[in-house]
Write a protein that binds this ligand. Structure first.
Ligand code: GLN
Length: 446
């Protein structure tokens, strides 16, 4: 039924880059047999989902929505794919994204933009816009995305679904094509918090193949599917309600705060004073790491090659033709920030700001259990409306990047609908490795 729906409607939404219908039918057949033979089966057995196209799938193209990897077929699965396969899930295909996960609207895909299922003239958010649109439109029951500066949470809120960025190191990054390695994290995009808990149960956990993976026990997140926020201390950071924030977004989040109060939570005003530096720090650190990570695309080891007279011109031609504008912009910024004369002035300063941002959260979490904030300053915007203004695009990430800098987990969940009929999302932020409390808080509100 997901495949039929996709066939008839994804032409308009354009959420998938690659559809794996044959493999999906085979996996579904296998799942059916398992279901027929066992009375006790896992929640995810036979449940069809979609995978962002920067997560390696053995034998299936993994393009990162880039011409550079247009023909790249990984010889191995990411750890998260192995874990999902072990549960006999069904993978329907690979979803569209901003090229190499750089962007917030899925307009930076080298192939085509994805449309928001709520209104096809609007962006679905990004960079995991294909995953969010697929779940929202009913082309998949669940999806995986990656979040480096908001790329799971922001598209989830633009498409009216649930998206979780786990604690840095909670989910293995092995097989995730690296954008900014110290910030990247894989997580679920789902229709509700229950599905989020089930996917987290499968994908979380230590992995020896990822040296930054945390060796800590993983609780059963479905135990957090209880409605209980009595006495829970919820911090509200004034700095997240910025001047440029859409009034309807602020009103919807404020209404959620009132609802939590009515359910018995204790609302505590907190301050995260270095939030204002987060965008600047992020847009130095992420491009710096991207510059290094993307140096491997040289026409030799992976993907595409454009011939030249000698090896240097071959590499130059390959990179000039196969990387898109935004990717090139970030490579330039990253190289500039890392160059010998500017390292202290930019990259080192950004690292110091990152520490200050993290310390804000350490102090706040001494007083509260979770933090509630807007997820993005606006709802989804029209396709084409700000894509030519990179600075404005970057400023959209004001509410999401601080968590990546601090390594903290956060969930985005729907909290209203704007007068234009577009979903509004809010964000619940937790202590490191405390996804369980986030899930409980979100489940109570849902
Ligand atoms: N919009 C942010 C960026 O362009 C975040 C992207 C992401 O989380 N992958 O970098």
């Amino acid at each position: 039924c997901f495949l039929n729906r996709m066939d008839s409607l994804d032409g308009k939404v354009a959420s998938y880059i690659t559809k794996t219908a044959d493999a999906a039918m085979e996996a579904a057949g296998k799942a059916d047999e398992i279901i027929a033979q066992n009375s006790e089966i896992g929640f995810l057995t036979g449940l069809p989902g979609a995978i962002k196209d920067n997560i390696c799938t053995k034998g299936t193209k993994t393009t990162c929505a880039s011409k550079m990897l247009e023909t790249f077929i990984p010889p191995y699965n990411a750890t998260v794919i192995e874990k999902l396969n072990a549960q006999n899930t069904v993978i329907l295909g690979k979803t569209n994204m901003d090229e190499f996960a750089m962007g917030g609207s899925t307009e930076n895909s080298a192939f085509f933009p994805t449309h928001n299922p709520w209104n096809l003239d609007y962006v679905p958010g990004g960079s995991s816009g294909g995953s969010a649109a697929a779940v929202s439109a009913g082309f998949a029951a669940w999806a995986l995305g990656s979040d480096t500066g908001g790329s799971i949470r922001q598209p989830a809120s633009f498409c009216g679904i649930v998206g979780m960025k786990p604690t840095y190191g909670r989910v293995s990054r092995y097989g995730l094509v690296a954008y900014a390695s110290s910030l990247d994290q894989i997580g679920p995009l789902t229709r509700d918090v229950t599905d989020c808990a089930h996917i987290m149960n499968v994908i979380a956990g230590h992995d020896a193949s990822d040296s930054t993976s945390i060796n800590a026990s993983v609780p059963d997140y479905t135990k957090s599917l209880v409605q209980d926020v009595k006495g829970l201390k919820i911090g509200i950071p004034a700095e997240f309600f910025t001047d440029g924030m859409d009034k309807e977004v602020a009103a919807a989040v404020n209404k959620a705060i009132e609802d939590f109060k009515a359910m018995g939570a204790e609302i505590v005003e907190i301050s995260l004073p270095h939030t204002k530096y987060a965008i600047a720090a992020y847009y130095l650190i992420a491009p710096a790491e991207a510059t290094t990570n993307l140096s491997r695309y040289d026409g030799v080891s992976y993907g595409s090659r454009v011939e030249g007279e000698d090896i240097v011109s071959m590499m130059t031609n390959t990179r000039s033709e196969k990387f898109g504008e935004e990717v090139k912009r970030r490579i330039m910024i990253g190289n500039y920030a890392l160059s010998a004369g500017y390292y202290d002035a930019y990259y080192l300063k950004a690292l110091k700001m990152r520490t200050l941002v993290k310390e804000d959260y350490d102090k706040a979490f001494a007083k509260v259990d979770v933090i509630l904030a807007p997820n993005a300053p606006t709802t989804a915007y029209k396709i084409g409306s700000i894509i030519n203004d990179p600075l404005q695009m970057y400023l959209q990430d004001v509410c999401t990047v601080p968590l990546n800098l601090a390594g903290l987990p956060g969930i985005s969940l729907p909290c209203g609908i704007s007068s234009q009929g577009l979903p509004i999302g809010m964000q619940i932020i937790g202590k490191a490795l405390d996804e369980a409390t986030i899930i409980k808080t979100a489940y109570t509100y849902e």
